[in-house]
Ligand binder design. Structure first.
Ligand code: AMP
Length: 198
């Protein structure tokens, strides 16, 4: 098996986290000698907010629950640091939470070049807005207020959907459109098929 690079794109509530966990387990099983590096910007932003000591940590803490996108430079620092610490061209790489804007995708391209990762897979978890809205309302995470849910859906539409278009046109990039309305197991099987892992 070659080293895989997989970017998960889907609105919040589309089940990205669950699917990455399931895929991670399969990859460890199928390719035990290779490391699977799993980078999630959302988790890293939440741990910055939880520390709340420096100016930046406090600022992230007060803005995170509003659902706004955090500044690009911070996002790049968080995933860049994770790559510096863990990544080499031989590891599998699973990405959750970035790029969420086209400028972020450009910086990520730079990193792909540096880490010698040429072929990119994008898993597009297509889930209608009304479905993810209902899921977010029912899971009642601290940051799932009506305003923050609407804000996150807005930037997904305006800033993240263009990222998919960017990847559809990018060379050596495969965008796999997955029906996010399927069951958890059904979505998992669609992903395995898309990545030729079944
Ligand atoms: P998530 O856990 O991926 O839903 O992300 C939680 C929050 O972290 C988001 O609502 C954003 O405020 C912030 N965040 C995560 N990833 C990014 C990113 N790539 N760009 C900007 N903000 C981000």
């Amino acid at each position: 098996m070659n080293a895989l690079t997989v970017i998960f794109i889907g609105p919040q509530g589309s089940g990205k986290g669950t699917q990455i966990e399931k895929l991670d387990a399969i990859m460890i099983e199928k390719d035990p000698v290779r490391r699977v590096v799993d980078i999630q910007t959302g988790r890293r932003f939440r741990s910055l907010a939880a520390r709340s000591e420096t100016f930046a940590e406090k600022k992230v803490a007060v803005t995170l629950d509003t659902g706004v996108l955090q500044p690009d430079f911070l996002t790049h620092i968080l995933w860049g640091e994770a790559m510096l610490d863990q990544l080499d061209p031989k590891s599998h790489l699973l990405i959750d939470g970035f790029p969420r804007t086209v400028p972020q995708a450009h910086v990520l391209d730079d990193a792909f070049k540096f880490f010698e990762r040429n072929e990119i897979h994008v898993i597009n978890l297509e889930t209608p807005e009304e479905v993810v809205r209902a899921r977010m309302v029912s899971r009642a995470r601290a940051d799932d207020t009506t305003e923050s849910i609407e804000e996150r859906l807005r930037w997904y539409r305006e800033d993240t959907l263009p990222v998919l278009q960017y990847y559809r046109l990018r060379a050596q990039t495969h965008v796999h459109d997955i029906d996010g309305m399927d069951t958890i197991e059904g979505v998992h099987q669609q992903i395995l098929k898309a990545l030729n892992l079944n």
